[in-house]
Design a binder for this molecule. Structure first.
Ligand code: NAD
Length: 358
């Protein structure tokens, strides 16, 4: 009863025309930011996260505390738990699901393939089943990934480009997710929007990502490993600042169309959309390192090694004209500015003062 009260109160809408959103992966990097922005503009938000230990669980707990202070309740549970999902849809008539829960990271997949199948395929299907059975049916916006472009060599990547050369199991599960969601759109008329995020970074970010672990190692005087592609070409990524990604997520929710109602609309009439959310400005990894060195006022000890072929692709570069046209998506933060915000967050969160722990 207490649990239901907390869920209901968190789902309360405080503006006219507001949304009621179930955010999966709410204690994750992107989930935390999206939840806060939705809540702050008056939407109802309920989080769901299994708080797994893929990376430092204390960072997830700290994000949860941040969410609680903004009246966002995070249910601790798994997207594979069909009964829990049914209960949530029973308690709240969610208009939207922002599905961000996933096993992320490309390299971890080499040692832990099943964890990707479990969350990104089985979990996704369980969530879609719960959504199609819910009344009203929520519109689904979910995170795919730029990794679906795999070893594509044509840049920039457009949504209609080939996605049949995955370089990691992670990429394969995201590509499978696009097919699975398309099926649910065809069969049950679920409204689906898939967002292909390009290397998201910023405050409260993920410790397994390069910009984060480089910052930690540079501050601790430890060496960093910088991968180099074939023929000694530097790797490059279309680094995209978290606030820009959040705007793309919110724009997707706002244009996703509300509930179609079970049987209320002709089969297949609900939208199926896929958008790139990137920055359209790729930066090489050595440039990333030099920006961090400047912000930290410290030199990195670089180990430059050839890419070992463990899931990384040589470069990513988004064409974002579709998202610009349909969602009004317009990234505004360059890497220099965004990394400055990240570094300032990092230093205050981990208690550093002039590059030394306090
Ligand atoms: P994250 O790991 O910080 O967040 C994911 C959250 O989901 C975590 O808090 C985790 O505990 C939770 N979770 C995982 N499996 C779950 C399950 N079975 N049930 C319930 N909760 C579960 O990752 P993020 O960077 O915030 O990524 C969010 C989404 O965006 C993911 O789907 C990811 O694949 C995708 N994505 C991220 C990036 C990026 O650069 N950050 C790029 C492309 C795509």
């Amino acid at each position: 009863i207490q649990w239901e009260k907390q869920v209901r109160s968190s789902a309360q809408i405080h503006r006219s025309g507001g949304l009621s959103v179930l955010v999966t992966g709410a204690a994750g990097f992107v989930g935390t930011h999206v939840s806060l922005v939705l809540k702050n503009r008056g939407d109802g938000v309920v989080g769901l996260d299994n708080f797994n230990n893929y990376y430092d669980p204390s960072l997830k707990k700290a994000r949860k505390v941040l969410l609680i202070t903004h009246n966002v309740f995070v249910v601790e549970g798994d997207i594979n738990d069909a009964r829990l999902l049914a209960k949530l849809f029973d308690v709240v008539a969610f208009t939207h699901v922002m599905h961000l829960a996933a096993q992320a990271g490309v390299r971890y997949a080499m040692e832990n393939p099943n964890s990707y199948v479990q969350s990104n395929i089985a979990g996704l299907v369980t969530l879609l089943e719960a959504s199609r059975s819910a009344s009203p049916q929520p519109a689904i916006v979910w995170a795919s990934s730029s990794s679906v472009y795999g070893l594509n060599e044509k840049v920039p990547f457009s949504e209609s480009d080939r996605t049949d050369r995955p370089a990691s199991l992670y990429a394969a599960t995201k590509k499978a997710g696009e097919e699975i969601t398309h099926t649910y759109n065809n069969i049950y008329g679920l409204s689906i929007t898939g967002l292909r995020f390009f290397t998201v970074y910023g405050p409260w970010g993920r410790p397994d990502m390069a910009y984060f672990s480089f910052t930690r190692n540079i501050l601790q005087g430890k060496p960093i490993t910088v991968y180099r592609g074939k023929n000694r070409v530097d790797l490059a990524r279309d680094f995209t600042y978290i606030d820009d990604i959040v705007k793309g997520c919110v724009g997707s929710l706002d244009t996703a169309g509300k509930s179609t109602g079970s049987g209320g609309k002709k089969r297949g009439a609900a939208p199926f959309r896929i958008f790139n959310l990137g920055n359209t400005s790729p930066v090489t990894v050595p440039t990333l390192v030099s920006i961090l060195e400047r912000h930290l006022k410290l030199k990195a000890k670089k180990n430059i090694v050839d890419m070992p072929g463990n899931g990384d692709v040589p470069f990513t570069h988004a064409n974002i004209s579709l998202a610009r046209r349909e969602l009004g998506y317009k990234p505004t933060t360059d890497l220099q500015t965004g990394l400055n915000k990240f570094v300032r967050w990092y230093l205050s969160y981990y208690g550093y003062n002039h590059g030394k722990p306090v």
